[in-house]
Design a protein around this ligand. Structure first.
Ligand code: FES
Ligand SMILES: [Fe+2]
Length: 392
């Protein structure tokens, strides 16, 4: 990916030439892939077999901080244990499966609210009330069940639930968040929309003028974007018109903060957006072909030297969040819900993504590549089971 100085020169060149980044080919995505139950099921199985970002590291600021939510339909709890290690477990008690944590918070121990079994934050089963009722219980092998692996990278906690079929987003991850950013808000929402429609709406600027004539377009350009790929991830840059003031600025240590919006798609379900006054980090949890839950975190811009954010910076960040949710995000949500409603109309067998929309083709082609890897791996596993079955 370009650094900010390189990005500036590339954008100024587009402004001067009246051009935008162009992909090398069109992409045709079957409409069925947005509505079919079997495709949805495969996407969810894929989600369990790739490193998937679960929450920002900034959501676990203290020893004992935890975040619990479903990922690929599986309740998971991620916790910073009392030694500072970030761990991820299946959120189910080893007695009769009750979930041990909900939402987010800070704790010293996970105590099951059903019968009171208690687990240390490293997962060990610590206490069983009236333990004489379980004479055969081996406490050492009855701790919380960890996910396959946890990776902390570029400010995100990635979890891989089961044996991975590849590196996914970690093939090559761009710079994202730093530890100089502080979480100041988070929320959860549900939309009756296929997750891919919402993702697509963030990955091109071809729609800015017609869809956002009064919210974004007055500050930006018509169809002027920089589109970059890194591994299966992508980054789309939407410049503000005020960037032209930087024509003569020294390029050394140049920052484009407040001059561009940068949308990073972290393959395939997450986005990290650098906005004018804050960062938005959103994780999609597909619940059905027509329903998606979103977990969204708002982080400050980087604050050097671990200082607390100044009150006026926080106020600006909150104003930024409010502006987006009252204007552009609403306009995008209206578009995608109308597409969703027309998905079964039969008008299109495929959606067509042109040269301005190459980040969307990149998402779909990588999804297709990984779904094929999944299919091959599941096929091999089935063959193994078949060949080990006794012949009658
Ligand atoms: S289910 Fe957790 S203690 Fe019984
Ligand atoms: Fe939009």
């Amino acid at each position: 990916m370009r650094n900010d100085a390189e990005l500036l020169d590339h954008i100024l060149n587009h402004i001067d030439q009246g051009t935008t980044d162009l992909g090398e080919e069109d992409w045709y995505e079957p409409v069925q892939n947005y509505s079919s139950q079997s495709r949805f099921d495969a996407e969810r199985r894929l989600m369990r077999r790739l490193p998937i970002p679960f929450c920002p590291v900034a959501a676990l600021p203290e020893l004992g901080s935890y975040v619990a939510r479903a990922s690929a339909g599986v309740p998971i709890v991620v916790v910073r244990d009392l030694e500072g290690t970030i761990r991820a477990f299946r959120n189910a008690c080893r007695h009769r499966g009750m979930q041990l944590a909900e939402g987010s918070g800070c704790t010293k121990i996970f105590r099951c609210t059903y019968h009171g079994w208690a687990y240390r934050l490293d997962g060990r089963l610590e206490y069983v009330p009236h333990e004489n009722g379980f004479p055969d219980l081996d406490k050492d092998s009855s701790g919380l069940v960890p996910v396959h692996s946890v990776n902390i990278q570029n400010g995100l906690v990635f979890i891989t639930q089961d044996e991975p079929i590849g590196l996914g987003a970690l093939e090559s991850l761009p710079e994202l968040l730093t530890d100089e950013q502080i979480l100041f808000d988070s929320n959860e929402s549900v939309d009756d929309i296929n997750w891919k429609l919402t993702a697509e709406g963030t990955l091109e600027g071809y729609h800015i003028k017609p869809t956002h004539p009064e919210s974004f377009y007055p500050y930006g350009y018509d169809n002027l974007n920089v589109v970059e790929m890194q591994g299966p991830n992508s980054r789309v840059c939407f410049p503000f018109r005020r960037i032209e003031k930087l024509r003569e600025a020294p390029r050394e240590n140049l920052s484009l903060n407040r001059m561009v919006t940068l949308v990073n798609r972290i393959f395939p379900f997450a986005s990290i957006t650098r906005l004018s006054q804050h960062y938005d980090v959103t994780f999609a949890e597909p619940e059905s072909p027509t329903r998606t839950r979103y977990f969204s975190y708002k982080l400050t811009m980087p604050i050097p030297n671990g200082a607390a954010p100044a009150a006026e910076d926080l106020a600006r960040a909150k104003k930024d969040v409010a502006f987006l949710s009252d204007t552009g995000n609403k306009e995008d949500a209206e578009v995608v819900s109308k597409i969703q409603a027309a998905i079964g109309s039969g008008a299109n067998s495929h959606y067509r993504f042109g040269r301005f929309e190459s980040a969307i083709g990149h998402l779909h082609s990588n999804l297709a590549r990984y779904l094929e890897l999944l299919e091959n791996s599941e096929h091999d596993a089935n063959e193994k089971v078949d060949s080990s079955a006794p012949t009658l």
